[in-house]
Ligand binder design. Structure first.
Ligand code: FEO
Ligand code: CA
Ligand code: CA
Ligand code: CA
Length: 600
């Protein structure tokens, strides 16, 4: 039964049926509204959005394109927050009418630069309507773009691999691109992962040194030209002219939304890979732990443990101290072992005879401060070429690790493994107990428990919570729950918890033919595995950045209208403005019509 009925987990809503509508569809009894969309003013003085006359100067003051992660940091008062949104990427044919991909103009390229990066916006909840509204706040609102200076911090700051002709210090980088998921820290800052940065670079063929070539190849060797042609307007995007600029991306960045003058930071201590996100928990002894996925087929899950302990309280002094926690620590990568005989893992997703995809695991130490634990790698090389060090260490090849989150109730950790259609292909790794399906189109959700519940532990036990897809097919698993009673779910991406301890999962790339959406699932008790769809997003969009609290749910509606054949001259989605308008990525809030608790 996917219906209501009061339940202890509070998930009383009736599931939204799969659909392909060009709107946000929420569960009955809930309402939704756009909080802020691409082009809306962020910085006071920003002009109103004018699609047909957009300029780089206007865009640099307005909400950027394709917001992915969304984080809320409480501000003074019961109903105000600092909302941080990253702008992962631009799709130029949707940004400009009549766009010629072979000959972008300088203004078009510069609009693209300004549409990337990050926005900080004060938001308030109107207690009458339930709506969350953005404020044009002078003190906090801020845009970070592809040309904003970042400070490089941690053990690889100033590394020879990070020095360029423009920045001989190796400590100052312009911009952040490909920012995917992220996290809000307990000290009130926002983290964001630089993910698919390789697509911003050209000139891979200029690398002839075999060591340098192997390193660049492991991160996705740039081709002759980029899709956006930025290299025509700034030489740093051409490896032939600026070979190290490439190494200056692929980091976790930290933004302090309380201080719009503080330079954002790139943390080298967290390693360099295609960072999906970064979520923090605090160990009993006060050290902080960061969980991170590397979103690529057959890449890894990482953990960082800080050397120093968190300073309690939310004073400015405490925050300044805590902003150093991600600068010095130990970086690990995960190795997983299954407990069922290999012969029982046939690649179809059929459960082994013990009834579970499960086993044990260990965190392999890669580097700690300036000491490397990987043969043949200096500490500097581990930080800058982390993927190669993790290969050497023998990490477990996963099905595209995305967002990771620990349950505030139980301390168990959950990771979305979005899909991996290459698993089992010739020359590629076959199904294993932890990644049990070949040609994995729908992904799975992993759960693990650190030894004795200690976030800093170096061993753990794991099990698969969900093997996603159509519950009517034999290759899926929903935590042991009755599969006739669950919503279909495909390509889990971002994860979040509500205060009752339910896991919320947003999806990207639904391989079952309907729109992406947001789902909630209990992870403990008799309803464990009962997945229910809470909302769906418009055509062509992915759902990301979920924030779930007792009063509302926020989702990022990323790339609405990104449908084959669509562009600004032929928009196949008109969400959210309707009529004949262009589709606009946006943050959406959903709340209960009676202003009651989201769960309960
Ligand atoms: Fe940008 Fe890994 O999803
Ligand atoms: Ca993602
Ligand atoms: Ca097993
Ligand atoms: Ca994704």
């Amino acid at each position: 039964d996917l219906g209501g009925g009061r339940r202890r987990d509070g998930l009383n809503f009736t599931a939204v049926a799969p659909n392909t509508e060009d709107r946000v569809v929420t569960a009955e009894g809930y309402e939704s509204a756009v909080v802020i969309r691409w082009g809306d003013p962020v910085v006071p003085g920003a002009p109103a959005f004018d699609f047909d006359h957009q300029t780089p100067e206007a865009q640099a003051l307005q909400f950027g394109y394709n917001n992915d992660f969304c984080g809320l940091v409480p501000l003074d008062g019961w109903n105000r927050w600092l909302m941080g949104s990253n702008h992962e990427y631009t799709t130029e044919p949707f940004l400009h009418k009549g766009y010629d991909a072979n000959n972008p103009t300088e203004a078009q390229v510069k609009i693209g630069w300004a549409a990337h990066g990050f926005s900080v916006v004060v938001v308030e909840q109107d207690h009458r309507s339930g709506k969350l509204v953005p404020k044009l706040d002078r003190k906090y609102n801020r845009r970070i773009t592809a040309t904003t200076p970042f400070v490089v911090d941690g053990p690889a700051a100033g590394s020879k691999f990070l020095k360029t002709s423009v920045d001989p210090t190796g400590k100052k980088v312009l911009g952040t691109f490909g920012n995917c998921a992220g996290g809000v820290t307990p000290w009130g800052t926002i983290l964001s992962g630089e993910e698919n940065f390789n697509g911003y670079f050209a000139g891979g063929a200029s690398i002839t040194d075999p060591v340098a070539l192997a390193r660049a190849t492991r991160y996705g060797l740039p081709g002759a030209a980029t899709e956006r042609k930025w290299e025509r307007f700034d030489k740093r995007f051409d490896l032939a002219q600026e070979p190290n600029e490439f190494n200056r991306f692929g980091w976790v960045v930290e933004i302090d939304p309380h201080d719009k003058d503080a330079a954002p930071v790139k943390h080298t201590a967290l390693g360099r890979f295609k960072h999906e996100g970064c979520t923090i928990r605090v160990a009993k002894d006060g050290r902080v732990v960061a969980y991170m996925g590397d979103d690529e087929r057959f890449d890894y899950i990482y953990k960082y443990v800080s050397k120093n302990k968190i300073v309690k309280g939310d004073s400015r002094r405490a925050r300044e101290q805590n902003k150093k926690l991600l600068s010095d620590g130990t970086l690990y990568v995960a190795r997983f072992s299954g407990n069922s005989p290999a012969a029982e893992i046939d690649g179809t997703g059929k459960l082994p005879s013990d009834g579970h995809f499960d086993g044990t695991g260990e965190w392999l130490k890669l580097v700690s401060g300036d000491r490397s634990f990987v043969d043949g790698f200096t500490a500097e090389e581990v930080y800058v070429f982390t993927r190669l060090a993790a290969d050497k260490a023998g990490a477990t090849k996963m099905d595209r690790p995305e967002d990771i989150e620990a349950s505030p109730r139980t301390g168990k950790v959950y990771a979305a493994l979005t899909n991996n259609t290459d698993r089992g292909k010739p020359g590629k790794e076959a199904g294993t107990e932890i990644n049990p399906r070949v040609g994995n189109k729908n992904g799975h959700v992993l759960e693990w428990e650190e030894n004795r519940g200690d976030p800093t532990a170096t061993t753990f036990r794991w099990t698969l919570l969900l093997v996603c897809g159509d519950p009517a097919t034999a290759d899926t698993y929903f935590g042991g729950y009755d599969k006739s009673q669950v919503s279909p779910i495909s390509c889990p991406d971002n994860v979040a918890f509500d205060s009752a301890g339910n896991l919320w999962i947003s999806t990207d790339g639904n391989a079952l033919g309907s729109n992406d959406g947001l789902f909630a699932v209990p992870v403990e008790g008799k309803y464990r595995g009962r997945v229910k769809q809470f909302l769906t997003v418009p055509k062509g969009a992915e759902t990301c950045g979920p924030v779930v609290n007792d009063r509302f749910v926020l989702v990022s509606v990323q790339h609405p209208g990104e449908i084959t054949g669509a562009n600004a001259d032929n928009p196949l989605s008109h969400w959210p403005d309707g009529g004949t308008s262009q589709p606009r990525p946006a943050v959406v809030v959903a709340w209960k019509k009676d202003n009651g608790r989201i769960c309960g």
